[in-house]
Design a protein around this ligand. Structure first.
Ligand SMILES: NC(=O)c1ccc[n+]([C@@H]2O[C@H](COP(=O)([O-])OP(=O)(O)OC[C@H]3O[C@@H](n4cnc5c(N)ncnc54)[C@H](O)[C@@H]3O)[C@@H](O)[C@H]2O)c1
Length: 256
């Protein structure tokens, strides 16, 4: 279904980046997978290539650093012979206190999640502007509602939503579409956040998150619940959709 498509996936070493990479290679695409964790990144690419029928290669990137993004995207474009799709799940998550949040923690969250989105999207724009393409960012329900236990993450995801709308409006004339997936998936990020919670926080999380997932009160499986959506947004079937926040969360939220 994606034969001939040239795709970059960030955050490919685990979670939704890994699931996106596997889905793209299974759909026949040519993929450059990028992460800051090289050991896991290489292993995931090896597994994807064993399954085929598409093909992936791995490159290091730190999405928060302009030089790293510029270099890595230039090398990827050489490997792929251009770029049609950027899937951009790479991000960090951290809790914190609204009243005591420090400048360093705030800046780190915005450097990776917001600056990283701007830098990767700009690099993709340069490679897509002559022929069009699809950029798939990752927002969060946390950017749509109060998240008192993770205020910097919530603010950063709100910024990703605004950026996604602005980039879509700015680049639509070049046939570049920019959307953001708002997922709820049982990934390492989710499992690590749960592991750090007290029993009281887990109880609160049940009522705030799980209980509101209409399709079974459970976070999704990235392979089966997200992979096909990533293929759709990389395909021509999504060619008239842009500037949207797309919840893939079992009915947890809506974006009206
Ligand atoms: N898991 C969920 O339910 C959930 C809910 C809402 C939003 N999200 C968002 O979905 C996206 C994917 O989340 P996930 O659960 O798969 O996360 P994850 O933590 O499992 O994977 C994130 C990947 O990004 C990589 N990464 C982190 N910093 C990087 C950097 N500076 N440069 C390059 N790579 C870097 C990590 O090494 C990791 O491989 C994220 O944007 C996250 O905020 C997740």
């Amino acid at each position: 279904m994606l034969e001939g498509k040239r795709i970059i996936v960030t955050g490919s070493a685990r979670g939704m980046g890994e699931a996106s990479l596997l889905a793209y290679v299974q759909a026949g695409a040519q993929v450059v997978a990028m992460d800051i964790n090289d050991e896991m990144g290489e292993a995931v690419v090896e597994a994807a290539n064993l399954a085929g029928p598409g093909h992936a290669t791995y490159q290091h990137v730190d999405i928060s650093h302009k030089g790293s993004v510029t270099d890595s995207f230039a090398r990827a474009a050489e490997t792929l012979g251009g770029l049609d799709v950027l899937a951009h799940p790479a991000a960090i998550q951290a809790g914190g206190s609204a009243s005591e949040m420090g400048v360093d923690d705030w800046d780190q969250m915005f450097a990776v999640n917001v600056r990283g989105t701007m830098l990767t999207n700009q690099a993709a724009y340069q490679l897509m502007k002559s022929q069009g393409g699809s950029i798939i960012n990752f927002g969060s329900i946390s950017g749509q509602r109060a998240e008192p236990s993770a205020p910097a993450y919530s603010a950063a995801k709100g910024a990703v939503h605004s950026w996604t709308r602005s980039a879509a409006a700015a680049w639509g004339a070049k046939r570049i579409r920019v959307n953001a997936i708002l997922p709820a998936m049982a990934t390492p990020m989710y499992k690590e956040a749960m592991a750090l919670m007290t029993e009281d926080q887990k109880e609160a999380s049940y009522w705030m998150n799980h209980q509101s997932i209409a399709l079974g009160e459970q976070y999704g499986d990235p392979l089966t619940d997200l992979g096909p959506v990533m293929v759709f947004f990389a395909s021509e079937g999504s060619r008239f959709i842009t500037g949207q926040l797309i919840p893939v969360d079992g009915g947890q939220t809506n974006t009206r």
